[in-house]
Unconditional design. Sequence first.
Length: 364
Amino acid sequence: MVCRRRGRGGTRASVQVLYALLAAGAALLFMGEHGARRLYAAAYWSWPDLTARTTTREPTSTMLRVLFLSDPHIQCTLDRYEYGPARWDSDRYLRGSYGAISGYLNPHPDIVVILGDVFAEGFKATESEWQDYLQCLEDVFPVPEGAELLVVAGDNDIGGEGADAMSTIVNRRYAGEFGPMNSVKTIGHISFIKLNTVALIHSSPFGAEEREARREIDLFLSTQHQRLSDTSSSSPSPPPLTILLSHVPLNQLQHHHRSTILKHLAPHFIFSGHIHHQDHQVHEVKGQRVVEYTVPTCSYRMGEAHMGLGAAAIGSSSDELVYQVLWLPPRYPFLLLYLLWALALLAWLLCFLLGNTKLLHRYT
């Protein structure tokens, strides 16, 4: 861009360029903050149609609807060396996307499931930072009235991946807020099983806390297996629909861990996260196919090109389930366009001042 000293006509043209820049900025801001979501809502945001894709004929009003979020990595109290605006925009994107989907879906979800890595550095948080995290969770992902919230532990929440060791204090703090990390929650005819698969990431236990976590998993699996055996022998009716909730996809675990989990829990479906992108696996359990859906991350900071939330519709009296991803609009392209627009506006300002030396001298 070449800046010359301007006469009256040049100044008028310069002002017209400013108006064009401002109009372009307003249009870009609208599209980045609202318009893209509206386009994605029209294209992707709806509950899966259980009646069209299965043999069930029950009314849609009686179906159970589950909204899955994976790896949001809420920033909130992240390490202080990171710039505040980056943390602010990340959480703002999560809040806006979740709020837009929750408001668009009709009816609202009956259950909201977060599949781990809820917080960016939850396992490092001090007690005061932990309280800040919990407040941020309520602000970013408010649960609709009457809906259940199920939260699975991730490695960023309690440690357990790489050199990040688990801590008894952190584990108890997490369980105290979100319930036991290995537990069963029955809603209607569906049993949701939370399993702390983070403790099974390492090939061998990493410290005393991880060994204790694995003992708790073994005890939980044995108890559930015995309960499943007792139920099947005493009741001719089929067992309730079982959905396993795991942060780590089962194919990321060692074979003996994976086979033990599948044998003892005999889930009908599995939902997981951790790897940040969508995936689909099929496991064999006693001759039956078990589908595992890995839900993509909903945070643009994970660097994935495609982000989204998962949505499942489940029959109220059957074992039929349909699932789809509610894709989210990208963020980084808009941030880049915002930056380019700001640079263009700065270039206009410099050219305007340099081209109007009298005005420049007045303020220097």
